[in-house]
Write a protein that binds this ligand. Structure first.
Ligand code: FAD
Length: 392
């Protein structure tokens, strides 16, 4: 298959936003997605969307389809266990309708897939989405990138001037010429959905404990999405508890702000690491989304940085003459454009994790001071909001 348009490997939210952005501007694409059509729609993992991500989805006419089901975060309450000081960020203080939103992954992919299908149906172009198409190998030459993929037991080779890897980082960590920088935290994140005694009132709670940060994000009318991070051994122990004991421990760690915890859904965990692309020597290949960078979930940055990757790359493809697609100059421009945001997101997240997870004597008092000072300093709050909402 010799294609003249971009190939996108991975039809998760980041790949789909790229595809839709291209399609809307009349640029055709081929997308390979390993899962069956619609298989991702039942994924209930909660994504934390920044206000900036909402704006991206609005431009693609996808926000309308999910707005009713997204839970707005009007306030972020930041505190630390065993220390004084806390701060609150309020959307109203920053003239925003919300600081962010919580949305099940499956609802977002469903809305994106519907928009893509509609756009494909009405388009004159040759775009295609191949489901159950698993990319096995990616290579590059001076002139093109090629993807070997398997679909219904048949293996094919597709060539294109631009191959975009958006596979969530599952398969192509080791493409020749791609160098990554990784920091293992040795921590896992436990995620689940919990019901509390008191309503959430659209408040997201970020709580820093000496063993790792935890977050409770409003999700739906009454529920919270829980993200509890800590050393793997501690998270494994929490996973092994029966529900009632787990909920008691959660209450002990989180405090009484939302009353007792009443019930919890299935608990899952995944390892936390910070990684980013250091350099890519390959022409004709771009890596975006979680495949390009992963972050600690403490500040809800990772997914939003990925969406901004997709938006920025789409704009660049649309504004670059076809003959230049995938050439070194275009890829360097893209990488320069994105590196500030990615680095900023990683640094911001890493500093938060290190500062608040360090139990050195005296630091807790300083953190309390820091949170107290942040409470008083509006410019500092503005900076924090800018970083969390738009990556700026
Ligand atoms: C277990 C887990 C839980 C998480 N929980 C949260 C959470 O609670 N909150 C939060 O904000 N973020 C969470 N994250 C992070 C969040 O899921 C990512 O930020 C987001 O999914 C990134 O989107 P993406 O499109 O880059 O990658 P993905 O969503 O991973 O999408 C990648 C797509 O590529 C496809 N694919 C993979 N390999 C191939 C291949 N070889 N060929 C073709 N297609 C392929 C996959 O089927 C998938 O559809 C979690 C991540 C994991 C792994």
């Amino acid at each position: 298959m010799n294609l003249t348009h971009p190939i996108i490997v991975g039809g998760g939210p980041v790949g789909a936003v790229l595809a839709l952005s291209l399609q809307k501007k009349g640029v055709p694409f081929t997308m390979l997605e390993a899962r069956a059509k619609g298989a991702s729609h039942s994924d209930t993992r909660a994504l934390a969307l920044s206000y900036g991500s909402r704006l991206i989805l609005e431009k693609l006419n996808v926000w309308e389809a999910v707005a009713q089901k997204a839970t707005a975060i009007h306030t972020i309450h930041i505190s630390q266990r065993g220390g004084f000081g806390r701060t609150k960020l309020n959307a109203a203080d920053h003239n925003m309708p919300a600081l962010g939103y919580v949305l099940p992954y499956g609802l977002l992919t469903q809305a994106l897939d519907a928009a893509l299908n509609e756009a494909l149906g009405s388009g004159q172009q040759t775009s295609q989405i191949l489901y159950e198409a698993i990319a096995d190998d990616i290579g590059t030459t001076e002139f093109e990138a090629n993807v070997r993929f398997t679909q219904t037991e048949e293996t094919s080779l597709a060539m294109s001037p631009l191959v975009v890897v958006a596979d969530g980082g599952r398969n192509f960590g080791d493409i020749a010429g791609v160098e990554k920088e990784t920091k293992e935290y040795g921590h896992d994140a436990l995620v689940s959905k919990v019901k509390a005694e008191l309503p959430h009132n659209n408040i997201a709670y970020e709580r820093f404990t000496p063993t790792g940060p935890m977050a409770l994000l409003p999700n739906g009318a009454r529920d919270f999405s829980l993200v509890w991070t800590g050393e793997k051994s501690k998270i494994d122990a929490l996973l092994a508890l029966d529900d009632a004991t787990f909920l008691k421990q959660l209450h002990a760690a989180f405090g009484d702000r939302v009353g007792q915890f009443l019930s919890i859904e299935k608990r899952m965990s995944f390892p936390l690491k910070l990684s980013r692309l250091k350099s890519t020597a390959n022409s004709h290949l771009v890596i975006i989304g979680n495949a390009a960078q992963t972050m600690h979930p403490v500040a809800g940055q990772g997914f939003n940085v990925g969406l901004r990757d997709a938006k920025a790359l789409a704009d660049m493809v649309i504004n670059t003459p076809e003959a230049q697609w995938g050439k070194t100059e275009m890829l360097q421009n893209y990488s320069q454009l994105r590196s500030r945001d990615t680095r900023g997101g990683l640094l911001f997240t890493d500093v938060l994790v290190n500062l608040f997870s360090n139990d050195v004597v005296g630091l807790s008092g300083m953190r309390g001071f820091g949170l107290g000072a942040l409470e008083l300093l509006q410019p500092a709050k503005n900076l924090l909001i800018g970083k969390m909402s738009y990556g700026k």
